[in-house]
Design a binder for this molecule. Structure first.
Ligand code: EPU
Length: 420
């Protein structure tokens, strides 16, 4: 599409049921895990979003035969032909780094580009590289390219200096085929890690300590194929939950893992949202006059940075001044200046924003999405603004939300993906 943008005509009151798709951030490492075996891997509940299509392309370049149909991905990588990710792919897609650990573990050689600059802030990969080097990889960084080689990787005892989601995933994938035992300490606890571990166990990996900060991995010589279903997307679910809690909306969100959303659920309860929670679905009904809140992002199980922009949109409809602090990424407030263009009243301080509940009507405008989650937050705000809004750089939304315009249209929104 040429210069795609999202067109919204508001205000829209949303009503109905929405089904949550598979988790992008679980599907990406699980797809990278398929590199570790010569056997067939079948993954279900794969969301058909742009980031997944890029991972598919990278795996095909390595030599994999892949089919992706209605969320089912079948993959076979009998022989690794070209373990290289070209700069054009890496520069727009950070998940390329997830292929480094498994390529080294199975193939002993990989060349991937340094993941490109990211609009949400510094996204270092020093823990990934440090861990792999300790396992015996020889890693050279030349300009933008990471070239790494090794004999069989060796088990290590490594403590992450800080919690890293993809860092934990990369070292787990490297360790499962390494010689001997690996102990990884201070690992991330995000549900996507547990999903990766479940998939690896189904392939024959020996991993102990799932859902704890410390993992023990006994390397095996080879892994078999598997048939595995990816968890549902807690960030997509959280986005629709926040949308449903906005005034005059009434949604049922289906396919939710409630345990993955407990921090968001307690924040919503705190400000007075009434929720009807069932085993794997939540009904939420938005109303005006709810209490303001303070939210600070932190690694799981605390409030996710990936919902920070969306809760900022929700705060615009609360009574009084809310506060939202970002503790994971140092530049993840770019939605603020775009929300102001709709007439919202927000003040950005260093790593926090003060959000004044709506006193006047929001009005449609031309906006630019800086990143994936910011684009969702702009859609949420624009749906409540009067008149037409165009959100440019729509590619960002398509990177991680499966068919969001279509799902919103089914709930009554006047929203279209258009191009110029
Ligand atoms: N960090 C380091 N060194 C490292 C790795 C991380 O200093 O080697 C720092 C980062 O600079 C950052 C913090 O640690 O300040 C956390 O980064 P983390 O490594 O946990 O983030 P990530 O693994 O690159 C994943 C998700 C992000 C999500 C973060 C935090 C995937 C593919 N990406 O990124 O998802 O925001 O964890 O939960 O899983 C999104 O989906 O919109 C998204 C950005």
């Amino acid at each position: 599409m040429n210069n795609p943008y999202i067109y919204i005509k508001g205000p829209c009151n949303l009503k109905g049921t929405v089904e949550v798709s598979g988790a992008k951030n679980a599907a990406l490492p699980c797809m990278a895990t398929a590199i570790l075996t010569k056997s067939n891997v079948c993954l279900k509940n794969i969301p058909e979003v742009e980031d997944i299509k890029i991972m598919k392309k990278a795996l095909e370049d390595f030599g994999a035969l892949i089919s992706l149909d209605k969320g089912t991905l079948s993959l076979s990588l009998k022989e690794i032909i070209k373990p290289v990710i070209p700069t054009e792919l890496s520069s727009k897609w950070r998940a390329s780094i997830l292929t480094l650990g498994p390529l080294l573990a199975r193939n002993g050689y990989a060349k991937v580009s340094m993941p490109g600059g990211c609009p949400i802030g510094d996204r270092k990969i020093n823990f990934h590289l440090e861990g792999l080097r300790l396992m015996g990889a020889d890693i050279n960084i030349n300009m933008n390219s990471i070239e790494a080689q090794c004999q069989r990787l060796k088990g290590i005892d490594y403590t992450f200096p800080d919690v890293s989601v993809t860092g934990t995933e990369n070292l787990i994938m490297a360790a499962v085929l390494a010689e001997g035992k690996t102990i990884l300490r201070n690992c991330a606890l995000e549900p996507e890690i547990a999903d990766l571990i479940e998939m690896l166990k189904a392939m024959g990996a020996n991993i102990r300590g799932k859902d704890s900060r410390n993992l023990e991995i006994e390397g095996v010589k080879e892994l078999q194929g598997c048939n595995y279903r990816i968890i549902s997307d807690r960030i997509e679910a959280g986005t629709y939950l926040l949308l449903g809690a906005m005034p005059d909306n009434e949604l049922e969100i289906k396919g939710v893992n409630i345990n993955h959303l407990s921090s968001l659920i307690s924040v919503l309860k705190e400000c007075g949202v009434s929720l009807d929670i069932d085993k794997d679905s939540i009904k939420v009904c938005g109303k005006v006059g709810l209490n303001s809140i303070n939210v600070t992002t932190a690694p799981f199980p605390s409030f996710p940075t990936d919902l920070q922009a969306q809760i900022t949109a929700f705060m615009l409809f609360l009574k009084g001044v809310s506060r939202v602090e970002e503790k994971i990424f140092n530049n993840r407030f770019q939605h603020i200046k775009e929300m102001k263009k709709l007439g919202a009243d927000l003040e950005l301080k260093e790593n926090f924003a003060l959000v004044k509940g709506v006193v006047k009507e929001l009005k449609g405008n031309c906006l630019k999405a800086s990143d994936l989650r910011a684009s969702a937050a702009l859609v949420m705000t624009a749906l409540k603004a009067k008149g037409e809004t165009r959100i440019y750089n729509a590619y960002q939304l398509l990177r991680g939300y499966e068919n969001m315009p279509g799902k919103l249209r089914a709930l009554g929104a006047d929203i279209l993906l258009k191009e110029e």
